[in-house]
Design a protein around this ligand. Sequence first.
Ligand SMILES: Cc1ncc(C[n+]2csc(CCOP(=O)(O)OP(=O)(O)O)c2C)c(N)n1
Ligand SMILES: CC(=O)[C@@H](O)[C@H](O)COP(=O)(O)O
Ligand SMILES: [Mg+2]
Length: 641
Amino acid sequence: MTNQTNRPATPLLDRIGSPADLKALTDRELRQAADELRADTIWAVSRTGGHLGAGLGVVELTVALHAVFDTPRDKLIWDVSHQCYPHKILTGRRDRMLTLRQKDGLSGFTKRSESPYDPFGAAHSSTSISAALGFAMGRELGAPGVGDAIAVIGDGALSGGMAYEALNHAGHLKKRLIVILNDNEMSIAPPVGAMSSYLSRLYAGAPFQEFKAAAKGAVGFLPPPLQEGARRAKEMLKGLAVGGTLFEELGFSYVGPIDGHDMDSLLQILRTVKVRATGPILIHAITQKGKGFRPAEGRSDKGHATAKFDMITGEQSKAPSNAPSYTKVFAQNLIKEAEHDDRIVAITAAMPDGTGLNLFAERFPKRCFDVGIAEQHGVTFCAGLAAAGMKPFAAIYSTFLQRGYDQVVHDVALQNLPVRFAIDRAGLVGADGATHAGSFDVAYLSNLPNFTVMAAADEAELCHMVATAAAHDAGPIAFRFPRGEGVGVEMPERGQPLEIGKGRMIHEGERVAILSFGARLGEVRAACEALRARGIDPTIADARFSKPLDRDLILRLAAEHESLITIEEGAVGGFGSHVAQLLAQEGVFDTGLRFRSMVLPDAFIDQGGPRDMYASAGLNAEDIEAQVLRLCDVEVIGKRA
Ligand SMILES: Cc1ncc(C[n+]2csc(CCOP(=O)(O)OP(=O)(O)O)c2C)c(N)n1
Ligand SMILES: CC(=O)[C@@H](O)[C@H](O)COP(=O)(O)O
Ligand SMILES: [Mg+2]
């Protein structure tokens, strides 16, 4: 391993090549292994950056689960899987931890192709119980090589509707399934909702699992030393009316709450569960996000995600910024609009900081709603708000809006309700990789009747698009913008509503026209500058809208140029496809126009720097330049492409 500076000594961990090695350790040694694993995780993430707090909170759980269960035969499924770094260290990937989240390196999430110890990939939340139930049922049906199915799900992820669908089904099937609720009273932000309060009530004032287990008849799942206490507790509870937990009502045995950092309790309970569980069982573990790294524990997000940092002070090394982030520009402009219109409200699905709505909430606390990790509900909640005459802005990352697609179609588009979708993280996002890429929204929105779809070419355009959305009452409207900084253009004091369905001409050139949709415009400009040095001067236009299309602009570009190229940060089926459809319908191809559509390839692109990712997608300035040259060269030698 390279770069060993300040690496903590980990003599015991150094002996662990795979989870099988944990089985030879005493319980005392397992405690030591956990301490070393925590230190090694902090050290690795200090060098790579990434998701830190969640992993630190499950160090003891990770060691205990791998020590007790027989992975990879037993299927250990981490929800979201942003907490999987300690698991990766224990499962044969320790020597690659410094490649985490980088090009050709380890993914920041579990990934089936990466290791047999990752039986199910994740990064979007609330899927683990469904997947584990699938494994459990496969086992029951005789699938080879499948042992126990264990889902580890956080309290934040438990706000996602899918988790309840899975609990409901598991309670019905009654097959052996182990769910560990990792309750750290945190999502990325502090969790919201009645379920979160319910979980707190489950352990507030009831510090001993003996009491809970005794009351709920789950004494048998406690290890023998605790059973005695539970029996005594049961005596004390005689005559006390205690209802079942929600989980029990759904058909699960409930064990907890237990201290998820107490290795002895964890080992005892997991060993007992392993021997005795017959049907579905939920173990409620209380943990602390960021545990054991004081700077993370002290942060409001408990060290959820971090840049590279100093291991002593926790200070993060962030690159200086040259322009405000698109996210911030969106939030600031929404605040401006909301100051003029008290019908504007804003909705986030558990991403207040990521979407900038924390700023909106500070200014308008009563007009901002965090619905939890509940994109489906969030979208329909917005539809209801719009039906009531409000102007809801649903600020959701492109990748997470996928969760709410039927709601977008059925509740919003079909009823033509003016919900405003602020779609952040459009295009490739970098270190989070394929799971978080905002590749599909243009395609999945531009095909919907009633929708208006825009993409911002830069931060000034974003200001105008926020204003456009605020003014647009005729139906649903979406605007997308990328992760990260803007390009540094001057911004208007306040955005001006754009004419719906009208693009703009950037530069009038000749022979080749490039029609850009969204933030690749900077790359188009750079390509054209290089091309001009070669004597080729393409026309550049910014489409602004993928729906409705600017027919006049497109047909004019097609009529006045030999070749037309569209470019977008999205998958096939989006803007370029709609332009092609228009050109075909209008018979423009019959006239010999050469048309090229530059889109994301039909592949999931692994993590890397955004520039690298766009290079592998073929959407950087060099690729645009090459595309133009190819078109011109073809003509030079007199052939039609
Ligand atoms: C569908 C979906 N929406 C939003 C997110 C963004 N997200 C990632 S982790 C996280 C918080 C998860 O909280 P919890 O499950 O309690 O895990 P913790 O980080 O507390 O360990 C959120 C909101 C996501 N991954 N998936
Ligand atoms: C795991 C997860 O889904 C989030 O933590 C995500 O990584 C945040 O991404 P941003 O850094 O783009 O907000
Ligand atoms: Mg949590």
